[in-house]
Design a binder for this molecule. Structure first.
Ligand code: PAF
Length: 279
């Protein structure tokens, strides 16, 4: 496995990879890698002849300075962890990626006016800036994103569609701990006590499925009430939305595929999760 830090070297190596006719599967990450990332890399390895993983904590997608500084950084461990499955790790410095303050502006309309976009102003612009740059430099055939960041996945697909980028976006299922907690780099910031509480998120999301006989409002009330019973949680939102347009639905008959998405704080750590209600 090759670890690369500069764009010049990345371009050189990728030129050789592409000239030898290899297909490139790409997994962009912010590090603090876990089995969820590993599953993306394994899928990329199955479907391509070369696998590139980027590790870069992207400052421009954080709308909260403390969240950025406290984001776990475990580069040496990460490199070891994926050495069997990635061929190239691109782990650049901030100066390499952003020698000047980026000025690109991306707009995703109604896709970003809800949920994460509403609570994290400018977040998706920051994600789009880094992902578009990485796509331009790496020119992957396929890129892999986890469904845990469901809104991000929909927005990246929209970015690719709008700009007609020559890359196929593959969404991959959420990987969970045996207790149901969705794997996330942010879990590394939870205390042992918080790690005991966190699995309740998925337990409650699953519980909402047994309330499907109720109205959408009834399902939402169930989740809000159940989350409210656990004092360590501070709910930001639970939304039931059309899984394609991300717009809230008032009835489960309103769309073919419907997703429930949640964001909450557990202590100082912000966690998100989701559950497909109707496929
Ligand atoms: O999902 C993430 O880890 C990040 O948003 C991404 C796609 C690597 C962009 O920084």
């Amino acid at each position: 496995m090759l670890v690369i830090q500069t764009l010049d070297e990345l371009k050189d190596v990728l030129f050789r990879v592409k000239s030898s006719g290899k297909s490139v599967g790409f997994v962009p990450t912010m590090g603090a890698l876990h089995d969820g990332h590993l599953s993306l890399l394994q899928r990329a390895k199955k479907e391509n002849t070369a696998v590139v993983c980027s590790i870069f904590v992207n400052p421009v997608q954080f709308n909260n300075a403390a969240d950025y500084t406290q984001y776990p950084r475990t580069l040496e461990k990460d490199i070891d962890y994926i050495s069997e499955v990635a061929d190239i790790v691109f782990a650049p410095s901030q100066e390499e990626i952003f020698p000047t303050v980026p000025t690109e502006k991306y707009h995703f309309g109604i896709l970003e006016s809800v949920m994460e976009g509403a609570y994290r102003p400018n977040h998706f612009n920051g994600v789009a800036i880094i992902v578009k740059r990485l796509f331009d430099w790496i020119m992957p055939d396929k890129a892999y994103f986890g469904e845990k960041d469901y809104q991000q996945l929909v927005i990246i697909k929209e970015l690719v569609r709008e700009l007609n980028l020559p890359v196929e976006i593959i969404g991959c299922p959420i990987v969970r701990e045996s207790n149901g907690l969705a794997m996330s780099s942010r879990n590394k910031r939870l205390s042992p006590e918080e790690l005991q509480i966190a699995p309740n998120i998925y337990r409650i999301l699953q519980g909402s499925l047994s309330q499907m006989h109720l109205s959408v409002e009834g399902m939402k009330k169930y989740v809000v009430d159940e989350i409210g019973k656990i004092s360590a949680f501070k709910l930001e939102y639970f939304e039931i939305a059309n899984a394609e347009t991300l717009q809230p639905v008032a009835s489960l008959d309103e769309a073919n595929s419907i997703i429930g998405c949640i964001a909450l704080y557990l202590g100082s750590v912000r966690l998100i999760d989701n559950i497909m209600i109707k496929k």
